[in-house]
Design a protein around this ligand. Sequence first.
Ligand code: MN
Length: 736
Amino acid sequence: MTVPTPEIEKRDLAREYRRLLRGAEHSKSPEDRKRIRKAWELAVEAHKDMRRRSGEAYIFHPVAVARICSEEMGLDTTSIVCSLLHDTVEDTWVTLDDIERIFGKRERVIIDGLTKISGIFDAAQSAQAENFRKMLLSLSNDIRVILIKIADRLHNMRTLDSMKREKQLKIAGETDFMYAPLAHRLGLYAIKSELEDLSLRYRQPEQYAEIEQKLRKTKAVRTRFINSFAAPIKEALDKEGLKFSIKGRPKSIASIWNKMQKQRVSFEDIYDIFAIRIILDTPPEQEKSDAWRTYSVVTDFYPPNPDRLRDWISIPKANGYESLHTTVMSPTGKWVEVQIRSERMDELAEKGYAAHWRYKGQRADNRLDQWIGQIREVIEGGEDSALEFVDELKLDLFNEEVYVFTPNGDLIVLGKGATALDFAFRVHTQVGQKCIGAKVNKKLVPIGHVLQSGDQVEILTSRKQKPKEDWVNMVATASARSKIRAALREDRQKLAAEGKSALRKQFKTLGIDFIQANIEALTHRVRLDSPAEMFVRLADGRLVLDEFPHHEVRGGRLHFIRKAAEPAPDKESETPVAQSPKKGEALVLGVDKQSLDYTMAACCRPIPGDDVFGFVTVSGGIKIHRSACPNATQLLSKYGYRVLKARWAGQKERSESRATATILFSGVDDIGLVNHISGIISADMSVDMRKVSFETNAGSFEGRIEVVVNDTEHLGELLDRLRDVPGVSTVDRLED
Ligand code: MN
């Protein structure tokens, strides 16, 4: 510990206090000054014998937090007072009653909130989560609690060096887990970026240092580029008579790191991705039109990418963010994002919620209130464990909206990641249930297609369509998911009823009483868990009962005959259920997966009807490969003893045996062609499309579609139909 002399410390402290006052723009009145002075004196007195781990007097911490609140968040006098005192009640002799007596009720509430949050930031993850919950609970008292807590965390992150390594990791992890997302949601972009960068610096010190160094090295190149890019824009905006400033901002280190991780690219591939920001000095009533004038100037020089235009001026983000974004092509062939906004919008973007106080009456205030209201509902309504709660809330924090439109131009707001199917269910439950695909911006897409803001979405339906099991994974909104689940349940109940009545008839012909004992005996015999499951399978054709072998009926009761010591002679015809393979006997696939532990190999993805074999893997399960699998030769030659013969049960099985195949095709580029192809796949043949991509090049096109088919016959028919489409020259199943 290096403790400076009392004189130096006193001088430094006086300087910090002067800086605090100078920076407190919103606290200039004598009354405000007096309150800050009182808080300052109380804090100095209360913390006077305390030092931080670094050796510096403790009071430097609260004063730094107060400066962050006032200078970086633009908060008011009450926030400054409370941040100066934020650690007093917890760590010193000062009581909440003292606070209330000297300052007031409001200050008491805020400091009480801050004291409760900081409670035990120890040990387990659940404690963190519980604290996070408490923190958000205090939202209902005063949002300043959260803002001061974020400022507190920011200062602790800035001074994390003196902590022990494990403590650093814990605090950095927490910061990334809770505080950065929260700052983001409150619109504190600058603070969010800094928290993420600082967190990364402690969690991944080497990678952080490397990116930092590379950014430094490439700075000159970037500056040159920005200057030459901005020059013609500056000149034209001057001519237009607009007042403005232009900034070029490299991405934060954490966002570069995230991008490198996510897209698996190197620094060199992305270091020059940055945004040019044009900030207009213009009165509120003119900011929108001036922003568009500026847009027009920018795009006079550089062609824009129409898919990347984002107008958050007309429709601000939920956290209040307003800006006009476009991405344009620079002369060097690089895409550059240009952000156009007024000074007011810029301050909002940097300081977030706090800046709203200054510009009261903005639409964004409403949205934030709505969000806080939602959180309050979740907290107050939920009995969930704290950890689940955090997960849910984090989802919500990241779940920014996408704004999409109906063909009539009505706006629909969905959570980020929402698909065409989510959209369909939002329009109407019936539309969702009958959805077979969609046209997004007039292009045909599969139901799982993820929507982007600005998309215009038209849902395609078919009377024959109904919800499928895997739809649950194709939606992002909770409401669509619950509607799908409900429909599946209903469907199952209907099937079960059908199966039940079919069995009743069959029992009648055979003279068997339709009673629980008999039904259960049969359920047991076909090795299913429940009569309901058996009814469903009878109805959808997965289970066929032509006759009951080895049974007798006595007085209406069904008895199966068990011959001791000798397995039934022809097991496969005895019951319709697949058996574990015996020596030399083939594995029968596609009948009942329950009794058999096999999975389809990822390398060749066999589908029913393919020529296949089973391979016993080291981990125990059986993998099914196509005989044409590129790995087959090796497996068969080297590990012959682990190979099992396999064949498919009936080729016409409906059921879970549906499988994915990729189709490649090419032809002459023609606008109608893609629609024609998609129409055949989704409408005529009721095949689910998964991934779709089309590429056109000088009059020809290549396409790749992932489809879900029942079996090879189904696929073959589909391929034939596609080959018949005029203009298509080749259609193939992807074989690798
Ligand atoms: Mn603190």
